[in-house]
Design a protein around this ligand. Structure first.
Ligand code: A1D88
Length: 647
């Protein structure tokens, strides 16, 4: 029988502990939050209250903040916290002895069925679980900071963790509306931190070697390679002492550029000085052009190597690693995918070159990486790498499903960036539309994952890293939407901006939920719409309104967009799903040939003179009078029944 989790205890009311308690209470669990001192507990509870009020202000709470708070009980008594808990999540300080003590105490106080999870980010689950008599009921549940905002949780098995415990932990994470990735084997630092450590580490080794300057490396990694923060900026953010402590704990050398700063008390942001000066100086400050001469491959080769070790050692799948790096590390794409794009042969060559020069263990290519290269699986260009591209490759950012009724549901799923479109995502959109047999499709519904955005546009962080010609491909994907022969519906819930708006303009019908906003903010980036926005808007709503939207970049409410004629209608949130479903069902049940001809004649006619448009229409009309659908429509009319166009 599956393990049921209904009550949760969180041990620790610090930033991770109170955050985990908050997300569990938000998901409806009764939560006991415990810390050793009353004032720490109160401070944590106050933080939860503050955070819930913020969520309420932004309209992101489905209930009153007070009802969520009412599900959280606070205590300093361990026994009281855990005695009725189905799951205990330990969020004590990152110290093996402390965590082992906590686990031993919980083991004695909790019921025999209770699952014990550790929120460690750098220790082995088994080393903590061994302090209990129930290592098979212990696992890792690694939330990211802050839990209320970060979507990822790493679910990690210890050496003895039972499968049903892992399943229950994964289900629990999903019930929090978070994304779990499964770390099958008990490795310190799990997936994300393992792959992210060389990002900061290798940058520091480069500094030690005088290969490049701090700001040059940070500029290259952010502006050329699209990472959200430069490696030194990130190290300053997390704390140099934390970075060094984790490395020393596992016997890994610490770059001199890091240890020297720690010795001088320069620990990063928290001490006011790290790689950058946050007190007298302006903090992490670098310009796009600074990074032109940096060897970014050196850093990425090491990250890809770490990812390959995890895959080769069967710790995690490339898919899970890539989801982890996106959601937990904030990377624009997963590291396995990056490796496949760079070319794994190039990665191995780089690692061998560095290993030859330094003899350092960290550059030894992972066995799995060498095996892939020797098998000729060198990445996307070769058709296989971490992923198999022979049938087009996996979808990372777009999911799609074709129902038996012929409804193609296409979901833009990059919630961590409000479904903003990267180059890969545009390519996936095109691939979905080109790969389905349009004969099997009656209607397409496009929507964004989550309830915050249809799409916030093209991924701005990719702009400085892309060639102008690559950015021009945006239009090809949007044109594929426009040219898809079957009726298309844009289901807009939340932000619909830039390329997001342009995709909807390429659709036939647009329905938005109340509270959604639409706009073309490109002008604020020194750009203009590049996916048909100016041209489709001007044809749809005329010159003055188009110019207002494009010149100001200011978004407009869904209500105003409907009034201006951009939307078919705006629907209250509660009726939104049903309304779109009704429209899609109506089209699904319609005469497919007539719908196709209607779409074609309307679209083509708009770009032609009235005479040509009328000719197109009359040709279409004539053609349709020969179809079975017309016979069925007329027969149904005569018999006063609903037509059935399903044959
Ligand atoms: C040819 C086509 C060209 C284009 O489409 S150009 C792009 C046009 N679009 C825009 O300019 C919109 C940019 N986004 C925004 O202005 C804001 O977002 C919003 C007003 C939509 C929402 O603001 P808030 O509610 O405060 O959310 P948040 O923290 O800004 O966004 C959540 C995460 O999503 C990332 N993100 C949002 N839009 C984009 C984007 N277009 N490109 C890349 N990332 C984006 C953010 O950075 C952040 O990420 P983190 O949590 O890591 O800080």
């Amino acid at each position: 029988m599956a393990i049921e989790i209904e009550t949760v205890a969180v041990l620790g009311a610090g930033s991770m502990g109170h955050g985990i308690a908050e997300v569990a209470a938000l998901a409806g669990y009764d939560v006991a939050m415990r810390d050793i001192e009353q004032d720490i507990v109160e401070e944590g509870y106050g933080q939860i209250e503050w955070s819930l009020n913020k969520l309420a202000e932004k309209g992101q709470l489905d209930e009153e903040a007070d009802s969520v708070l009412a599900r959280i009980e606070t205590t300093t008594e361990l026994d009281a916290a855990v005695e009725d808990a189905d799951l205990v999540v330990e969020a004590a300080p990152e110290d093996l002895e402390i965590k082992r003590d906590v686990f031993a105490d919980v083991d004695a106080a909790a019921g025999p069925e209770t699952i014990l999870a550790t929120n460690t980010s750098s220790l082995r689950v088994s080393d903590i679980a061994m302090a209990t008599d129930r290592p098979e009921r212990c696992c890792g549940l690694h939330f990211f900071n802050p839990p209320v905002k970060m979507d990822l949780v790493e679910v990690a098995s210890g050496e003895q963790t039972r499968d049903d415990v892992v399943e229950a932990a994964i289900e629990f994470v999903e019930s929090l509306d978070k994304t779990p990735i499964y770390v099958r084997k008990d490795v310190p630092q799990f997936v994300v931190n393992n792959v992210l450590t060389p990002y900061m580490g290798e940058a520091a080794w480069m500094l030690d070697d005088d290969a490049s300057e701090i700001s040059e490396i940070d500029a290259a990694m952010t502006f050329k390679r699209g990472y959200p923060m430069g490696p030194f900026e990130l190290n300053d953010f997390g704390g140099l002492d934390i970075f060094a402590h984790t490395r020393e704990q596992w016997g890994d050398p610490v770059p001199e550029s890091v240890s020297r700063r720690i010795d001088a008390g320069e620990l990063g942001r928290k001490s006011g000085q790290g790689f950058y000066d946050y007190e007298a100086g302006s903090g992490a400050d670098y310009e796009p052009t600074e990074g032109d001469s940096v060897d970014t491959l050196r850093i990425e080769a090491r990250m890809v190597n770490e990812a390959a070790k995890l895959v080769g050692d069967d710790v995690a799948d490339p898919e899970d690693i890539d989801i982890g790096m996106r959601l937990g590390g904030g990377l624009p794409e997963g590291t396995c995918r990056t490796g496949d794009k760079i070319g794994l042969d190039i990665v191995v060559e780089k690692l061998r070159e560095l290993h030859g020069e330094t003899g350092a263990e960290r550059y030894e290519p992972a066995e799995y990486l060498v095996e892939l290269v020797e098998a000729g699986h060198t990445g996307e260009d070769a058709g296989r790498g971490f992923y198999d591209y022979r049938d087009g490759g996996p979808y990372h950012f777009i999911s799609h499903e074709l129902t038996d009724d012929g409804r193609l549901n296409v979901v833009f799923d990059r919630k961590e960036r409000l479904n903003a479109f990267s180059e890969d995502m545009f390519a996936e959109l095109r691939r979905v539309l080109e790969s389905v047999d349009d004969e099997d499709v009656s209607v397409v519904v496009f929507e964004g994952a989550g309830d915050r955005a249809f799409s916030a546009g093209a991924d701005i962080t990719g702009f400085t890293a892309s060639e102008p010609t690559e950015l021009m491909h945006v239009d090809e994907a949007i044109q594929a939407v426009y040219e898809f022969p079957r009726p298309t519906i844009a289901k807009i819930d939340g932000f619909c901006l830039g390329a997001g708006l342009e995709i909807t303009l390429a659709c036939d019908l647009r329905i938005a939920s109340e509270g959604s906003s639409l706009g073309s903010p490109e002008i604020d980036l020194g750009l203009i719409p590049g996916g048909g926005g100016t041209q489709r808007l001007v044809r749809l709503i005329g010159e003055p309104r188009t110019k207002e939207l494009v010149f100001t970049g200011d978004p407009i409410s869904a209500e105003k967009a409907a009034e201006w004629g951009i939307l078919n209608r705006v629907v209250p949130k509660d009726d939104f799903e049903a309304d779109v479903d009704e429209l899609a069902t109506n089209i699904e049940n319609g005469p497919q040939t007539a719908l196709e001809v209607a779409k074609n004649v309307i679209n083509e006619g708009q770009n032609a003179s009235l005479d040509t448009g009328l000719a197109l229409e009359s040709q279409g009309f004539g053609l349709l009078t020969t179809t079975d659908d017309m016979l069925e429509g007329v027969a149904a009319f005569k018999k006063d029944r609903e037509p059935d166009f399903s044959n």
